[in-house]
Design a protein. Sequence first.
Length: 248
Amino acid sequence: MRKLIRRVDRHPGLLTVTEWLRRSLPGDSSYGDPLSVGGAGASSVVGRQLTTVAAQQPSVLREIGLGALQVWQAHADSHPGDEGERKMAVLFTDLAGFSTWTLEVGDDLAVRMLREVGAAVEPLVRQRGHVVKWLGDGLMAVFDDADDAVAAAIAAKDATSAVDVAGHRLHLRAGVHVGTPRRLGDDYYGQDVNIAARVAAAAGPGEVLISNTVRQNLNGRQIRLRRRGRFEAKGVPDDVRVWSATGA
């Protein structure tokens, strides 16, 4: 019986059919690679377990299992249009000077600062958008609305400035860019994600920078903008311009 199952599981004709069926199913037909099963979503967790347990060799049962998870992820964990077609705002934040400050004060105060900043910032971001992941002393988030992204960034910046840890205060900096990033698993990739990260890296302590695509998608909410000087960053198109954003 085991020999029969193995023979059926590796039958070339059945493999061709199951692979064709996977390409016809909703979702990511390459589901199962490290990028597509990254993250904390339920389908990602099960996907990682399946790809770990299943041998990385042609297998009908493996294709069927991954196909089921592919559809699950497409309908349960994803949002319509997250395949690099839907316009959204991408936000990156971090704490200016955090690494240098950590060397001065030690790990205990650094961890305490991260916890208190996270408790202050994350609810403000989740109220308007979706937190994709935390990146050390900052986060990445996505929003359907550019105004919500900028408002969340300004609110997060203001909340961080009020956090006091043993007499120490740090300043959050943030960058927002509107584009069409591609979703894989629980994460987002592509040029627009890289541009948002570069915009954030160019911000000063306590500053929120936005790109020209964000400015073009603002709907008149009370946000003040001030044009920054020439913006240059590796891998960023020459036509990207940035503005400093503050609340009215």
